[in-house]
Design a protein around this ligand. Structure first.
Ligand SMILES: Cc1ncc(COP(=O)(O)O)c(C=O)c1O
Length: 428
């Protein structure tokens, strides 16, 4: 595909025909638990699910068979675990290293952060104000335990993302590790990971770099060959999949760091114990789905190539939806120009933003705003500075955002519906 200036600026929508097929693949795309119609713009909290991701899970969960057995059902179940691992590697382009798992993304983040902080050379750990607490507190907890200093990089007030240069200013030859979010779960601004990895390793070639990709992974491509971080975690339930798993990649050198494991099981063992085939099969369904989108655009038998195309297309579709939300169309204002709405950031570069927006309505607090949207059939979420899971928003001079997080399977008509409801609420 030729990247024209127009596409760079405004993204590119899926055709109606493809979007129709995509929407068919999701559960409850616009239907609530009681059958009423609702728009789900809270995908940053837990995303709309692929039918296939939960169906395969239900099917496999019927079986009692344990892994490491030779009978057919056991071998079959185990094949889903193996395929899940392979697919996860394809998703991140991870050709080496190991896979770490836990029940949640938070738990897996603590699990991978400890050995890195414990065994790395260096006396300080750099993280940022924009981290989810599972990443920043893993740094704080283990840095205190192993006697290292924690340095916190500020936000870039203009973009709502991590301030790249300010972070790099905190890195020195004694920096043991950097833990930085791949895209903010409050503002959608993507981190310039490439620059951080390249420049930080010029300062200290040994520095370990961890990235929390829980919010970014459903919206944009990750490539650990191109940007060689040491650890990446994701949460399938925020990525069209199901709850019950946090899964991470760790690099080859992290793989061999001493860590909690069954000692005779080998160094590569970061999964620990009997894995759930249903969870791995769900991960595969996510990756198959992205590859299927890719196959609508290119002819290839290489799954990674299809995933790259699929993810880039998802990003372009989301960029087009974001453009509409921000700027509207046909004389109807978007959020940027709407009276009574504050959007906080500079949106000149939408290529480096995920489909997550923090807004503030001037006539009410964000909790009330969420209720007003709810009365009109739109689910969004209030991220308040007073809550420890969302105190990052205070960095932008507000006591709270209404977080708006649609997904690539939404339509322009749904964006317009959101704008219409916002106009109505701001006029109350
Ligand atoms: C960016 C980010 N990282 C990590 C997590 C942790 O996910 P979980 O609560 O599933 O452990 C979340 C959850 O909201 C998140 O948004």
């Amino acid at each position: 595909m030729e990247m024209t200036k127009e596409i760079e600026k405004k993204g590119l929508l899926f055709s109606d025909e493809l979007l129709g097929k995509i929407r068919e693949k999701f559960c409850r795309i616009d239907t609530d638990y009681d059958g009423s119609r609702r728009l789900f713009f809270e995908n940053a909290g837990g995303s709309l699910r692929l039918k296939s991701a939960y169906q395969i899970g239900d099917e496999l969960d019927e079986f009692p068979d344990c892994f490491m057995r030779e009978h057919d059902a056991s071998v079959k179940l185990n094949s889903y675990v193996k395929k899940g691992r392979e697919d996860f590697r394809i998703l991140l382009n991870a050709k080496s290293g190991a896979i770490a798992t836990a029940l949640t993304a938070s738990a897996v983040m603590f699990k991978i952060t400890e050995p890195i902080i414990e065994h790395s050379m260096g006396t300080n750990v750099v993280t940022t104000v924009l981290e989810h607490p599972s990443a920043s507190d893993a740094c704080r907890y283990y840095a205190a335990k192993y006697g290292k200093e924690v340095r916190i990089a500020p936000a870039d007030k203009k973009t709502g993302g991590v301030d790249t240069q300010a972070l790099l200013n905190l890195v020195d030859k004694d920096t043991a590790a950097i833990s930085v979010i791949a895209a903010s779960n409050m503002t959608g601004a993507m981190t310039d990971l490439k620059t951080i990895v390249e420049e930080a390793r010029k300062i200290n070639p040994e520095v370990y770099i961890i990235t929390d990709a829980v919010q970014h992974a459903p919206h944009g491509l990750i490539d650990v060959e191109e940007i060689p971080v040491d650890a990446v975690n994701i949460a399938p339930y925020k990525f069209f999949g199901t709850r019950g798993l946090g899964i991470a990649y760790v690099s080859e050198r992290v793989k061999y760091l001493p860590h909690a494991r069954v000692l005779d099981g080998g160094f590569a063992q970061w999964e620990l114990g009997s894995q759930a085939p249903a969870q791995y099969a769900s991960v595969s369904e996510i990756v198959e789905y992205i590859a299927w989108i890719g196959a609508q655009f290119i002819d290839s038998t290489d799954k990674r190539e299809l995933v790259e195309e699929g993810m880039n297309r998802i990003h372009l579709q989301e960029q087009a939806l974001l453009y509409y939300l921000l700027y509207g169309a046909d004389g109807r204002s978007g959020l940027v120009d709407m009276d009574g709405v504050e959007t906080f950031f500079d949106f000149a570069d939408l290529q480096n933003r995920d489909l997550i927006l923090g807004i503030h309505l001037h006539n009410m607090d964000c909790r009330t705003a969420v209720q007003e949207y709810g009365k009109r059939g739109i689910i969004v979420y209030n991220r308040e500075a007073k809550h420890y899971y969302s105190k990052q928003v205070a960095e932008f001079g507000t006591d709270g955002f209404v977080r708006v997080s649609p997904l690539h399977c939404n339509t322009i008509a749904e964006m317009e519906e959101f704008l219409k409801v916002t106009r109505e609420i701001t006029a109350l």
